[in-house]
Design a binder for this molecule. Structure first.
Ligand code: PMP
Length: 462
Protein backbone atom coordinates (compact mmCIF):
# COMPACT_ATOMS: atom_id res chain seq x y z
CA UNK A 1 0.00 0.00 0.00
CA UNK A 2 2.90 2.41 0.75
CA UNK A 3 4.49 1.73 -2.61
CA UNK A 4 1.14 2.13 -4.37
CA UNK A 5 0.60 5.41 -2.60
CA UNK A 6 4.08 6.73 -3.41
CA UNK A 7 4.03 5.71 -7.08
CA UNK A 8 0.50 7.02 -7.59
CA UNK A 9 1.59 10.40 -6.32
CA UNK A 10 4.68 10.45 -8.55
CA UNK A 11 2.61 9.33 -11.53
CA UNK A 12 0.01 12.03 -10.98
CA UNK A 13 2.69 14.71 -10.57
CA UNK A 14 4.98 13.83 -13.48
CA UNK A 15 3.75 11.21 -15.91
CA UNK A 16 1.78 12.00 -19.05
CA UNK A 17 -0.11 8.84 -20.04
CA UNK A 18 -0.79 7.89 -23.67
CA UNK A 19 -4.49 7.85 -24.65
CA UNK A 20 -5.65 8.83 -21.16
CA UNK A 21 -8.03 11.34 -19.63
CA UNK A 22 -5.91 12.37 -16.65
CA UNK A 23 -8.83 13.68 -14.61
CA UNK A 24 -10.65 10.35 -14.90
CA UNK A 25 -7.44 8.54 -14.04
CA UNK A 26 -6.87 10.67 -10.96
CA UNK A 27 -10.41 9.97 -9.76
CA UNK A 28 -9.87 6.20 -9.97
CA UNK A 29 -6.18 6.01 -9.06
CA UNK A 30 -3.67 4.50 -11.46
CA UNK A 31 -2.86 0.81 -11.02
CA UNK A 32 0.76 0.09 -10.25
CA UNK A 33 2.02 -3.15 -11.81
CA UNK A 34 5.23 -4.39 -10.22
CA UNK A 35 6.03 -7.89 -11.53
CA UNK A 36 4.88 -10.70 -13.78
CA UNK A 37 5.36 -14.41 -14.37
CA UNK A 38 3.93 -16.64 -17.09
CA UNK A 39 0.47 -15.25 -17.90
CA UNK A 40 0.02 -13.37 -14.61
CA UNK A 41 0.83 -9.83 -13.49
CA UNK A 42 0.86 -8.51 -9.91
CA UNK A 43 0.03 -5.03 -8.70
CA UNK A 44 1.86 -3.26 -5.89
CA UNK A 45 -0.80 -4.41 -3.40
CA UNK A 46 -0.12 -8.05 -4.25
CA UNK A 47 -3.23 -8.72 -6.37
CA UNK A 48 -2.68 -11.34 -9.06
CA UNK A 49 -4.32 -10.61 -12.42
CA UNK A 50 -4.46 -12.80 -15.56
CA UNK A 51 -3.03 -10.72 -18.40
CA UNK A 52 -5.68 -11.10 -21.06
CA UNK A 53 -3.98 -8.41 -23.21
CA UNK A 54 -0.35 -9.72 -23.24
CA UNK A 55 0.88 -6.35 -21.98
CA UNK A 56 -0.45 -4.61 -25.08
CA UNK A 57 -0.55 -7.38 -27.71
CA UNK A 58 3.18 -7.96 -27.05
CA UNK A 59 4.12 -10.71 -24.63
CA UNK A 60 3.33 -13.74 -26.81
CA UNK A 61 5.99 -15.90 -25.12
CA UNK A 62 4.78 -14.99 -21.63
CA UNK A 63 6.59 -13.28 -18.76
CA UNK A 64 9.74 -14.35 -16.93
CA UNK A 65 11.58 -15.94 -19.88
CA UNK A 66 15.20 -15.99 -18.69
CA UNK A 67 16.69 -16.66 -22.11
CA UNK A 68 15.37 -13.36 -23.43
CA UNK A 69 16.92 -11.47 -20.52
CA UNK A 70 20.19 -13.34 -21.01
CA UNK A 71 20.27 -12.58 -24.74
CA UNK A 72 20.01 -8.87 -23.90
CA UNK A 73 22.67 -9.12 -21.16
CA UNK A 74 25.21 -10.90 -23.35
CA UNK A 75 24.68 -8.58 -26.30
CA UNK A 76 25.02 -5.51 -24.06
CA UNK A 77 28.38 -6.75 -22.84
CA UNK A 78 29.61 -7.72 -26.32
CA UNK A 79 28.37 -4.74 -28.33
CA UNK A 80 25.51 -2.72 -26.84
CA UNK A 81 25.13 -0.47 -29.86
CA UNK A 82 26.60 0.52 -33.14
CA UNK A 83 24.94 2.36 -36.01
CA UNK A 84 24.08 1.00 -39.43
CA UNK A 85 24.54 4.35 -41.24
CA UNK A 86 28.30 4.56 -41.78
CA UNK A 87 28.56 1.66 -44.20
CA UNK A 88 28.71 -0.52 -41.11
CA UNK A 89 26.57 -3.33 -39.78
CA UNK A 90 26.43 -5.66 -36.77
CA UNK A 91 25.63 -9.34 -36.36
CA UNK A 92 22.17 -9.49 -34.72
CA UNK A 93 20.21 -7.38 -37.27
CA UNK A 94 21.58 -9.16 -40.32
CA UNK A 95 20.92 -12.57 -38.77
CA UNK A 96 17.43 -11.43 -37.79
CA UNK A 97 16.71 -10.04 -41.28
CA UNK A 98 17.69 -13.39 -42.75
CA UNK A 99 15.58 -15.24 -40.17
CA UNK A 100 12.45 -13.16 -40.81
CA UNK A 101 12.95 -13.52 -44.54
CA UNK A 102 12.95 -17.32 -44.08
CA UNK A 103 9.93 -17.32 -41.76
CA UNK A 104 7.75 -15.26 -44.10
CA UNK A 105 6.07 -17.53 -46.66
CA UNK A 106 6.68 -16.42 -50.29
CA UNK A 107 3.68 -15.11 -52.24
CA UNK A 108 3.37 -16.29 -55.84
CA UNK A 109 6.96 -17.50 -55.59
CA UNK A 110 8.22 -14.07 -54.55
CA UNK A 111 10.09 -13.86 -51.25
CA UNK A 112 10.37 -11.16 -48.64
CA UNK A 113 14.07 -10.61 -49.16
CA UNK A 114 14.77 -7.48 -47.12
CA UNK A 115 13.93 -5.85 -43.78
CA UNK A 116 14.00 -2.19 -42.74
CA UNK A 117 14.28 -2.05 -38.93
CA UNK A 118 12.75 0.56 -36.61
CA UNK A 119 12.04 0.67 -32.88
CA UNK A 120 8.26 0.65 -33.08
CA UNK A 121 5.23 -0.09 -35.19
CA UNK A 122 4.56 3.61 -35.65
CA UNK A 123 8.01 4.24 -37.09
CA UNK A 124 7.61 1.18 -39.29
CA UNK A 125 4.38 2.56 -40.77
CA UNK A 126 6.04 5.96 -41.30
CA UNK A 127 8.71 4.04 -43.14
CA UNK A 128 5.98 2.44 -45.26
CA UNK A 129 4.74 5.85 -46.38
CA UNK A 130 8.27 6.75 -47.45
CA UNK A 131 8.89 3.34 -49.04
CA UNK A 132 5.80 3.22 -51.23
CA UNK A 133 6.19 6.80 -52.43
CA UNK A 134 9.89 6.20 -53.13
CA UNK A 135 9.00 3.01 -55.00
CA UNK A 136 6.56 4.77 -57.34
CA UNK A 137 9.03 7.64 -57.90
CA UNK A 138 11.68 5.14 -58.96
CA UNK A 139 9.12 3.37 -61.15
CA UNK A 140 8.54 6.62 -63.04
CA UNK A 141 5.03 7.12 -61.64
CA UNK A 142 5.58 9.93 -59.12
CA UNK A 143 1.88 10.90 -59.28
CA UNK A 144 1.05 7.73 -57.34
CA UNK A 145 1.05 9.24 -53.87
CA UNK A 146 -2.29 8.36 -52.29
CA UNK A 147 -2.46 5.71 -49.60
CA UNK A 148 -5.83 4.25 -48.64
CA UNK A 149 -6.42 3.19 -45.01
CA UNK A 150 -9.56 2.31 -43.06
CA UNK A 151 -11.66 4.23 -40.57
CA UNK A 152 -11.19 3.19 -36.98
CA UNK A 153 -7.89 1.44 -37.78
CA UNK A 154 -4.86 2.05 -35.62
CA UNK A 155 -1.46 2.11 -37.31
CA UNK A 156 0.48 4.13 -34.72
CA UNK A 157 0.83 7.60 -33.24
CA UNK A 158 3.45 9.44 -35.26
CA UNK A 159 1.99 12.04 -37.61
CA UNK A 160 2.11 9.78 -40.66
CA UNK A 161 1.03 6.60 -38.84
CA UNK A 162 -1.90 8.39 -37.18
CA UNK A 163 -2.87 9.63 -40.64
CA UNK A 164 -2.89 6.10 -42.07
CA UNK A 165 -5.05 5.09 -39.12
CA UNK A 166 -8.65 6.13 -38.95
CA UNK A 167 -9.12 7.21 -35.35
CA UNK A 168 -11.20 10.34 -35.76
CA UNK A 169 -10.22 11.81 -32.38
CA UNK A 170 -6.54 11.61 -33.35
CA UNK A 171 -7.25 13.32 -36.66
CA UNK A 172 -9.20 16.10 -34.96
CA UNK A 173 -6.56 16.80 -32.31
CA UNK A 174 -3.64 16.58 -34.72
CA UNK A 175 -5.08 18.35 -37.79
CA UNK A 176 -4.64 15.09 -39.70
CA UNK A 177 -4.45 13.23 -41.99
CA UNK A 178 -1.40 14.44 -43.88
CA UNK A 179 -2.07 15.10 -47.59
CA UNK A 180 -2.54 12.02 -49.73
CA UNK A 181 -4.16 9.70 -47.19
CA UNK A 182 -7.83 8.70 -47.49
CA UNK A 183 -10.01 6.11 -45.74
CA UNK A 184 -12.74 3.53 -46.32
CA UNK A 185 -15.00 1.84 -43.76
CA UNK A 186 -13.81 -1.24 -41.88
CA UNK A 187 -15.39 -4.62 -42.71
CA UNK A 188 -17.38 -4.79 -39.47
CA UNK A 189 -20.32 -7.06 -40.17
CA UNK A 190 -22.20 -6.35 -36.91
CA UNK A 191 -22.12 -2.61 -37.61
CA UNK A 192 -22.51 -2.35 -41.39
CA UNK A 193 -24.60 -5.40 -42.43
CA UNK A 194 -27.82 -4.83 -44.35
CA UNK A 195 -31.04 -6.55 -43.22
CA UNK A 196 -30.78 -10.23 -44.14
CA UNK A 197 -27.25 -9.89 -45.55
CA UNK A 198 -24.98 -12.89 -44.98
CA UNK A 199 -21.41 -12.38 -43.73
CA UNK A 200 -20.15 -13.74 -47.09
CA UNK A 201 -22.14 -11.21 -49.12
CA UNK A 202 -21.12 -8.45 -46.74
CA UNK A 203 -17.42 -9.36 -47.09
CA UNK A 204 -17.54 -8.86 -50.86
CA UNK A 205 -19.51 -5.63 -50.56
CA UNK A 206 -17.06 -4.25 -47.97
CA UNK A 207 -14.07 -5.11 -50.18
CA UNK A 208 -15.67 -3.18 -53.06
CA UNK A 209 -15.55 -0.01 -50.95
CA UNK A 210 -11.84 -0.18 -51.74
CA UNK A 211 -12.52 -0.28 -55.48
CA UNK A 212 -14.95 2.63 -55.23
CA UNK A 213 -12.32 4.69 -53.41
CA UNK A 214 -9.64 3.81 -55.98
CA UNK A 215 -11.95 4.97 -58.79
CA UNK A 216 -12.86 8.14 -56.88
CA UNK A 217 -9.18 9.05 -56.31
CA UNK A 218 -8.14 7.94 -59.80
CA UNK A 219 -6.41 4.57 -60.22
CA UNK A 220 -3.20 6.17 -61.51
CA UNK A 221 -2.86 8.23 -58.31
CA UNK A 222 -3.13 5.41 -55.78
CA UNK A 223 0.15 4.13 -54.29
CA UNK A 224 -0.99 1.59 -51.71
CA UNK A 225 -3.67 0.14 -49.45
CA UNK A 226 -2.82 -0.50 -45.79
CA UNK A 227 -4.82 -2.76 -43.47
CA UNK A 228 -4.51 -5.28 -40.67
CA UNK A 229 -5.63 -8.83 -41.54
CA UNK A 230 -7.76 -8.70 -38.37
CA UNK A 231 -8.18 -5.20 -36.99
CA UNK A 232 -6.84 -5.23 -33.44
CA UNK A 233 -7.02 -1.95 -31.53
CA UNK A 234 -10.08 -1.03 -33.61
CA UNK A 235 -11.90 -3.73 -31.62
CA UNK A 236 -10.80 -7.16 -32.91
CA UNK A 237 -12.76 -6.83 -36.15
CA UNK A 238 -12.63 -10.23 -37.86
CA UNK A 239 -13.57 -9.88 -41.55
CA UNK A 240 -15.81 -12.44 -43.27
CA UNK A 241 -13.86 -15.07 -45.24
CA UNK A 242 -14.84 -13.42 -48.54
CA UNK A 243 -13.28 -10.04 -47.72
CA UNK A 244 -9.57 -10.57 -48.29
CA UNK A 245 -9.78 -12.60 -51.54
CA UNK A 246 -11.87 -9.79 -53.05
CA UNK A 247 -9.49 -7.08 -51.74
CA UNK A 248 -6.62 -9.05 -53.23
CA UNK A 249 -8.32 -9.15 -56.64
CA UNK A 250 -8.90 -5.39 -56.49
CA UNK A 251 -5.33 -4.38 -55.57
CA UNK A 252 -4.05 -6.64 -58.35
CA UNK A 253 -6.50 -5.21 -60.88
CA UNK A 254 -5.17 -1.69 -60.23
CA UNK A 255 -1.55 -2.69 -59.59
CA UNK A 256 -1.36 -0.91 -56.24
CA UNK A 257 0.88 -1.99 -53.38
CA UNK A 258 -0.59 -3.83 -50.41
CA UNK A 259 0.71 -3.25 -46.88
CA UNK A 260 -0.29 -5.85 -44.30
CA UNK A 261 0.09 -4.27 -40.87
CA UNK A 262 0.86 -7.29 -38.70
CA UNK A 263 2.07 -5.48 -35.60
CA UNK A 264 -0.61 -7.44 -33.71
CA UNK A 265 -1.43 -10.32 -36.06
CA UNK A 266 2.05 -11.81 -36.68
CA UNK A 267 4.21 -14.13 -34.57
CA UNK A 268 1.61 -16.73 -33.81
CA UNK A 269 -1.22 -14.48 -32.64
CA UNK A 270 -3.55 -15.86 -35.35
CA UNK A 271 -1.87 -19.29 -35.53
CA UNK A 272 0.77 -18.46 -38.16
CA UNK A 273 4.14 -16.73 -38.17
CA UNK A 274 2.56 -14.13 -40.43
CA UNK A 275 -1.19 -13.68 -40.72
CA UNK A 276 -1.27 -12.91 -44.45
CA UNK A 277 -0.79 -16.63 -44.96
CA UNK A 278 -3.97 -17.47 -43.07
CA UNK A 279 -6.14 -15.11 -45.13
CA UNK A 280 -4.59 -15.65 -48.55
CA UNK A 281 -3.33 -12.05 -48.59
CA UNK A 282 -0.39 -11.31 -50.91
CA UNK A 283 1.24 -8.21 -49.43
CA UNK A 284 4.19 -6.30 -50.84
CA UNK A 285 5.14 -4.93 -47.41
CA UNK A 286 4.50 -6.32 -43.92
CA UNK A 287 4.69 -4.15 -40.80
CA UNK A 288 5.83 -5.88 -37.61
CA UNK A 289 6.73 -4.84 -34.03
CA UNK A 290 5.57 -5.83 -30.52
CA UNK A 291 5.73 -9.66 -30.38
CA UNK A 292 8.88 -9.92 -32.55
CA UNK A 293 10.63 -9.59 -29.15
CA UNK A 294 7.58 -10.63 -27.11
CA UNK A 295 7.70 -7.02 -25.95
CA UNK A 296 10.88 -7.49 -23.87
CA UNK A 297 12.64 -4.68 -25.79
CA UNK A 298 11.33 -2.23 -28.40
CA UNK A 299 11.73 -3.33 -32.01
CA UNK A 300 9.73 -2.95 -35.20
CA UNK A 301 10.25 -2.95 -38.91
CA UNK A 302 9.00 -3.57 -42.42
CA UNK A 303 9.45 -6.81 -44.30
CA UNK A 304 9.95 -5.85 -47.92
CA UNK A 305 8.89 -8.17 -50.74
CA UNK A 306 11.09 -8.75 -53.77
CA UNK A 307 9.03 -6.49 -56.06
CA UNK A 308 9.76 -3.40 -53.95
CA UNK A 309 13.14 -4.48 -52.55
CA UNK A 310 14.78 -4.84 -55.97
CA UNK A 311 13.73 -1.36 -57.03
CA UNK A 312 14.91 0.20 -53.75
CA UNK A 313 18.24 -1.59 -53.69
CA UNK A 314 18.97 -0.46 -57.27
CA UNK A 315 17.50 2.99 -56.73
CA UNK A 316 20.30 5.01 -55.12
CA UNK A 317 20.11 6.46 -51.62
CA UNK A 318 16.84 6.06 -49.72
CA UNK A 319 17.07 9.08 -47.45
CA UNK A 320 15.42 7.64 -44.36
CA UNK A 321 16.41 5.89 -41.14
CA UNK A 322 16.68 5.88 -37.39
CA UNK A 323 19.59 5.75 -34.95
CA UNK A 324 18.16 2.47 -33.76
CA UNK A 325 17.49 0.88 -37.17
CA UNK A 326 18.87 -2.57 -36.37
CA UNK A 327 19.68 -2.07 -32.68
CA UNK A 328 21.90 -5.04 -31.77
CA UNK A 329 20.36 -5.69 -28.34
CA UNK A 330 16.78 -5.53 -29.63
CA UNK A 331 17.65 -7.83 -32.54
CA UNK A 332 19.49 -10.30 -30.27
CA UNK A 333 16.40 -10.54 -28.06
CA UNK A 334 14.22 -11.01 -31.14
CA UNK A 335 16.42 -13.91 -32.32
CA UNK A 336 16.16 -15.55 -28.88
CA UNK A 337 12.40 -14.99 -28.90
CA UNK A 338 11.99 -16.59 -32.32
CA UNK A 339 14.13 -19.56 -31.16
CA UNK A 340 11.88 -19.96 -28.15
CA UNK A 341 8.67 -19.66 -30.16
CA UNK A 342 9.92 -22.16 -32.71
CA UNK A 343 11.04 -24.65 -30.04
CA UNK A 344 7.70 -24.43 -28.24
CA UNK A 345 5.79 -24.43 -31.55
CA UNK A 346 3.67 -21.53 -30.34
CA UNK A 347 2.10 -20.59 -33.71
CA UNK A 348 1.23 -24.23 -34.40
CA UNK A 349 -0.22 -24.62 -30.89
CA UNK A 350 -2.50 -21.67 -31.48
CA UNK A 351 -3.49 -22.94 -34.93
CA UNK A 352 -4.19 -26.56 -33.95
CA UNK A 353 -5.02 -26.54 -30.25
CA UNK A 354 -5.43 -23.44 -28.08
CA UNK A 355 -6.96 -21.24 -30.81
CA UNK A 356 -9.81 -23.65 -31.61
CA UNK A 357 -10.25 -24.31 -27.87
CA UNK A 358 -10.48 -20.59 -27.11
CA UNK A 359 -13.06 -20.24 -29.91
CA UNK A 360 -15.19 -22.99 -28.41
CA UNK A 361 -14.97 -21.70 -24.83
CA UNK A 362 -15.29 -18.00 -25.68
CA UNK A 363 -18.44 -18.67 -27.72
CA UNK A 364 -20.13 -20.02 -24.56
CA UNK A 365 -20.14 -16.46 -23.18
CA UNK A 366 -22.83 -15.61 -25.75
CA UNK A 367 -25.44 -17.12 -23.41
CA UNK A 368 -24.84 -14.30 -20.90
CA UNK A 369 -27.68 -11.74 -20.78
CA UNK A 370 -25.20 -8.90 -21.49
CA UNK A 371 -23.50 -10.49 -24.49
CA UNK A 372 -24.78 -10.17 -28.05
CA UNK A 373 -21.91 -11.70 -30.04
CA UNK A 374 -18.77 -13.58 -28.88
CA UNK A 375 -16.21 -14.37 -31.58
CA UNK A 376 -12.52 -15.15 -31.86
CA UNK A 377 -9.69 -15.83 -34.31
CA UNK A 378 -6.50 -17.54 -33.08
CA UNK A 379 -5.67 -15.88 -29.77
CA UNK A 380 -7.72 -12.73 -30.15
CA UNK A 381 -11.37 -12.54 -29.19
CA UNK A 382 -14.10 -9.95 -28.79
CA UNK A 383 -17.60 -9.78 -27.43
CA UNK A 384 -20.27 -7.12 -27.78
CA UNK A 385 -22.12 -5.85 -24.71
CA UNK A 386 -25.75 -5.25 -25.69
CA UNK A 387 -28.97 -3.99 -24.22
CA UNK A 388 -31.06 -6.31 -26.38
CA UNK A 389 -29.64 -9.68 -27.39
CA UNK A 390 -32.06 -10.15 -30.28
CA UNK A 391 -31.47 -6.81 -32.06
CA UNK A 392 -27.93 -6.17 -30.68
CA UNK A 393 -29.19 -2.74 -29.61
CA UNK A 394 -26.32 -1.10 -27.68
CA UNK A 395 -26.49 0.66 -24.32
CA UNK A 396 -26.44 4.48 -24.45
CA UNK A 397 -22.80 5.50 -24.94
CA UNK A 398 -22.73 7.75 -21.89
CA UNK A 399 -23.51 4.82 -19.57
CA UNK A 400 -19.94 3.68 -20.36
CA UNK A 401 -20.84 0.03 -19.88
CA UNK A 402 -17.59 -1.08 -21.54
CA UNK A 403 -15.51 0.85 -19.02
CA UNK A 404 -17.65 -0.51 -16.18
CA UNK A 405 -17.05 -4.06 -17.41
CA UNK A 406 -13.32 -3.40 -17.80
CA UNK A 407 -13.20 -2.26 -14.18
CA UNK A 408 -14.98 -5.41 -13.02
CA UNK A 409 -12.57 -7.53 -15.07
CA UNK A 410 -9.60 -5.95 -13.33
CA UNK A 411 -11.21 -6.35 -9.88
CA UNK A 412 -12.09 -9.97 -10.65
CA UNK A 413 -8.53 -10.63 -11.82
CA UNK A 414 -8.41 -10.56 -15.62
CA UNK A 415 -7.29 -7.80 -18.01
CA UNK A 416 -9.79 -7.09 -20.79
CA UNK A 417 -9.81 -4.01 -22.98
CA UNK A 418 -12.93 -2.00 -23.78
CA UNK A 419 -13.34 -0.52 -27.28
CA UNK A 420 -16.71 1.16 -26.96
CA UNK A 421 -19.10 -1.70 -26.21
CA UNK A 422 -16.67 -4.34 -27.49
CA UNK A 423 -14.67 -6.18 -24.83
CA UNK A 424 -11.52 -7.70 -26.28
CA UNK A 425 -8.71 -10.03 -25.26
CA UNK A 426 -5.37 -11.14 -26.70
CA UNK A 427 -3.76 -13.38 -24.07
CA UNK A 428 -0.20 -14.78 -24.16
CA UNK A 429 0.26 -17.70 -26.56
CA UNK A 430 1.74 -19.88 -23.82
CA UNK A 431 -1.76 -20.31 -22.34
CA UNK A 432 -2.83 -23.91 -21.79
CA UNK A 433 -6.38 -25.21 -22.10
CA UNK A 434 -6.63 -25.11 -18.29
CA UNK A 435 -5.53 -21.43 -18.33
CA UNK A 436 -8.22 -20.69 -20.93
CA UNK A 437 -10.84 -22.28 -18.64
CA UNK A 438 -9.65 -20.08 -15.76
CA UNK A 439 -9.78 -16.98 -17.99
CA UNK A 440 -13.29 -17.70 -19.25
CA UNK A 441 -14.45 -18.23 -15.65
CA UNK A 442 -13.01 -14.85 -14.62
CA UNK A 443 -14.61 -13.08 -17.58
CA UNK A 444 -17.98 -14.63 -16.75
CA UNK A 445 -17.70 -13.43 -13.15
CA UNK A 446 -16.87 -9.92 -14.35
CA UNK A 447 -19.90 -9.98 -16.69
CA UNK A 448 -22.10 -11.09 -13.77
CA UNK A 449 -20.76 -8.22 -11.65
CA UNK A 450 -21.41 -5.74 -14.47
CA UNK A 451 -24.95 -7.09 -14.88
CA UNK A 452 -25.57 -6.81 -11.13
CA UNK A 453 -24.41 -3.16 -11.21
CA UNK A 454 -26.75 -2.36 -14.10
CA UNK A 455 -29.62 -4.03 -12.24
CA UNK A 456 -28.87 -2.05 -9.10
CA UNK A 457 -28.95 1.14 -11.19
CA UNK A 458 -32.30 0.04 -12.63
CA UNK A 459 -30.83 0.01 -16.14
CA UNK A 460 -31.62 -3.63 -16.88
CA UNK A 461 -34.38 -5.93 -15.67
CA UNK A 462 -34.36 -9.62 -14.87
N1 PMP B 1 0.06 -0.94 -36.01
C1 PMP B 1 -0.80 -1.65 -35.27
C2 PMP B 1 -1.73 -2.58 -35.97
C3 PMP B 1 -0.81 -1.53 -33.88
O1 PMP B 1 -1.67 -2.24 -33.15
C4 PMP B 1 0.10 -0.65 -33.26
C5 PMP B 1 0.16 -0.48 -31.75
N2 PMP B 1 -0.90 -0.92 -31.01
C6 PMP B 1 0.96 0.09 -34.08
C7 PMP B 1 0.93 -0.09 -35.44
C8 PMP B 1 1.92 1.05 -33.49
O2 PMP B 1 2.95 0.39 -32.86
P1 PMP B 1 3.82 1.15 -31.75
O3 PMP B 1 2.93 1.42 -30.58
O4 PMP B 1 4.93 0.16 -31.46
O5 PMP B 1 4.35 2.37 -32.37
Amino acid sequence: PDLTHELRALDAAHFLHPFTDHAALAAKGVRVITRAEGIWIWDADGHRILDGMSGLWCVNAGYGRRELAEAAYHQMLTLPFYNTFFQTTTEPPVRLARRLSELAPPVDGRRFTHVFFTSSGSEANDTNVRLVRRYWDLMGQPQRKVIIGRWNAYHGSTVAAASLGGMRAMHEQGDLPIPGVVHIEQPYYWQHRLPGETPEAFGVRAARWLEEKILEVGPDKVAAFIAEPVQGAGGVIIPPATYWPEVQRIVERYGILLISDEVICAFGRLGHWFAYERFGIKPDLVTFAKAVTSGYVPLGGVLVGERVARVLVDGGEFTHGYTYSGHPVACAVALANLDLMQRERLPERVRDDTGPYLAERFATLADHPLVGVAESCGMVAGLILVRDKATLEPFPEDWEVGLLCRQHCFDTGVVMRAVGARMIIAPPLVMTRADIDVMIGLIRRALDATWADLQRQGRVQG
